[in-house]
Write a protein that binds this ligand. Structure first.
Ligand SMILES: Cc1ncc(COP(=O)(O)O)c(C=O)c1O
Length: 526
């Protein structure tokens, strides 16, 4: 793949012809998971619509150098942002003729940024509260924990029922304290695809005079279409009294390229504390609605092009294919003895666990990878067992018939291989070690023992666990957990052992181990 000593150095002594640079990037990309083809169940959202990639790429290129820093200098960007916010608002129960006619919003770089800003707006709206807190169901996305950490806001976790995987409004009410500035719910949760009881939770938040954010980053662009197709989707948007803000990611089920989410507020006063403004220096007055200051117009233009090209009829059609794919995958899971759906699918997630001690989910994930299916393992959490997560997109529909037989095959192979058996001393170590006791030597020893090396010398690491993984979503990190072989040779093909070890460790140790492992991969190449 890498055909020259010099390849992989970002700054060669002499410039390299464009064609060759593109060839090199294509070569590096060969080590990545397949972003198209309907066999990757995390990280990417593929509608498999011919010509859409080309359209989005052209729109992206045409606005890539436009700067969102100043909307008056680049009115094209302002116009496209306002149109995206309007489309999202209308889809989610806001805009003219609704009970939320004054909805406003901002385009952010992704779900995490939208959630951080929802927390910032709630925090800064309450300068009277010295130590602000947010009440967050344990199934809500990890980005709320990140927001709490970045913004120095305390996070009060709300338990979920281990059967329904939902928080109760009563538990949310119990978590609300005088210093609570925001209550959160998901529509649906990422891990299991379950929609929280939004109306009940918003009601207790409203009664307490607290903002309520609905994280519809994942489902905000599917649930409305699924409802139009007849699915029994409960109220979750601005039609619900007490919902003050909603996030929806366009780079998920709106099928736009990465880098676009929308954060909506019921009215402008709720959004005002989200802005950062600064005039107390000799340069330009900075007025930022979002975290970034300079922002590329590329993702916004690409999202605008994607929405306009697909249109409502396109999204309805894609939601129909996705719904059928979800039903087919869920049937395949139901057809295997020893597997159990974590929840009946109510959105676009299929999530299952093993009820057979002889069937190790992490081994199954590896066996599925060998058969070309890239799934996402989720580690044990409290009373919730380890599980396998499938984010289902429209591109999966034509592949569904192949999944059932491959799943049955993979299950048979996983049973034959038997569960991962960690050396007892390693299991004991994982269960008892505290993050502080982790020395660089211990981490390096563990990494070597598990087959996780540093980057291969001479070449950049592509496709390693750092890609889209641990920090952002997957419990065990994207690459580490889902069996990816890094192009740099740093990650083993089979990762059941790594996942078994992480699964035996408490969350704080998992975090620390993964930070260290990923840190080993993220080293400069010279
Ligand atoms: C419900 C939910 N919220 C937030 C996020 C974070 O989004 P991003 O990865 O775009 O930052 C995700 C990502 O999967 C999600 O599913």
């Amino acid at each position: 793949m890498i055909d020259d000593q010099d390849t992989g150095r970002a700054l060669p002594e002499r410039g390299v012809p464009a064609e060759r640079v593109l060839r090199e990037i294509r070569g590096l990309r060969e080590g990545d998971r397949p972003t198209h083809g309907g066999r990757l169940f995390a990280y990417v959202y593929d509608p498999a619509v011919p010509g859409l990639d080309e359209l989005a790429a052209a729109a992206h290129a045409g606005s890539a150098h436009v700067n969102g820093l100043d909307p008056t200098a680049f009115p094209s960007l302002l116009a496209m942002e306002n149109a995206l916010v309007g489309a999202a608002a209308r889809l989610l129960g806001g805009g003219p003729g609704t009970t939320a006619p004054d909805v406003v919003g901002s385009v952010t770089s992704g779900g995490t940024e939208s959630l951080i800003l929802a927390v910032k707006a709630a925090r800064d709206a309450r300068p009277d509260v010295a130590e602000p807190r947010i009440a967050v169901p344990v199934t809500a996305h990890a980005a709320f924990a990140k927001a709490a950490h970045y913004l120095r806001v305390a996070l009060d976790p709300v338990p979920v029922d281990p059967d329904t995987l939902r928080p109760s409004a009563a538990d949310v009410a119990a978590a609300i304290r005088p210093d609570t500035v925001l209550v959160v719910c998901s529509a649906p949760s990422y891990a299991h695809g379950v929609i929280d009881p939004v109306a009940d939770i918003a009601a207790v938040a409203e009664a307490a005079g607290v903002r309520c954010h609905v994280d519809a980053c994942f489902g905000g662009w599917t649930l409305p279409w699924l409802r139009r197709l007849g699915a029994p989707v409960p109220p979750f948007d601005f039609a619900v009294d007490g919902v003050t803000s909603i996030s929806v990611d366009l780079h998920k089920y709106a099928y736009a390229p990465k880098g676009v989410s929308v954060l909506l507020h019921r009215e402008p006063g709720l959004r005002a504390p989200q802005y950062f403004a600064y005039a107390d220096w000799p340069g330009y007055t900075m007025i930022n609605p979002v975290i970034a200051s300079t922002r590329s117009g590329g993702p916004i233009a690409a999202a605008y092009a994607t929405l306009r090209h697909l249109g409502e009829d396109g999204y309805l059609r894609l939601a129909g294919s996705t719904r059928d794919a979800v039903a087919g995958l869920a049937d395949a899971v139901r057809g295997v003895d020893g597997l159990r759906l974590m929840a009946e699918p109510e959105s676009t997630v299929v999530c299952f666990t093993s009820v057979d001690p002889g069937l190790d989910l992490f081994v199954l994930v590896d066996e599925l990878t060998v058969r070309g299916w890239h799934t996402q393992p989720q580690l044990t959490y409290g009373e919730l067992p380890a599980s396998v997560h499938l984010t289902v997109t429209a591109s999966v529909a034509p592949r569904v018939a192949e999944f059932g037989p491959d799943l049955a095959d993979a299950v048979a192979a996983a049973r034959a291989a038997g569960p991962v058996e960690l050396p007892p001393e390693l299991t004991a170590l994982a269960a008892t070690l505290t993050p502080d006791a982790l020395t660089p030597e211990l981490v390096a020893g563990l990494a070597a023992g598990l087959g996780l090396g540093g980057p291969a010398s001479g070449g950049p690491v592509a496709g390693g666990p750092a890609d889209g993984g641990p920090v952002s979503g997957g419990p065990a990190s994207g690459g580490l957990a889902d069996g990816g072989a890094g192009a740099g040779g740093a990650v083993p093909d089979r990762t059941a052992t790594v996942n078994a070890l992480l699964n035996a460790a408490p969350p704080a140790l998992r975090e620390r181990l993964l930070v260290e492992f990923v840190g080993l991969l993220q080293r400069p190449t010279y």
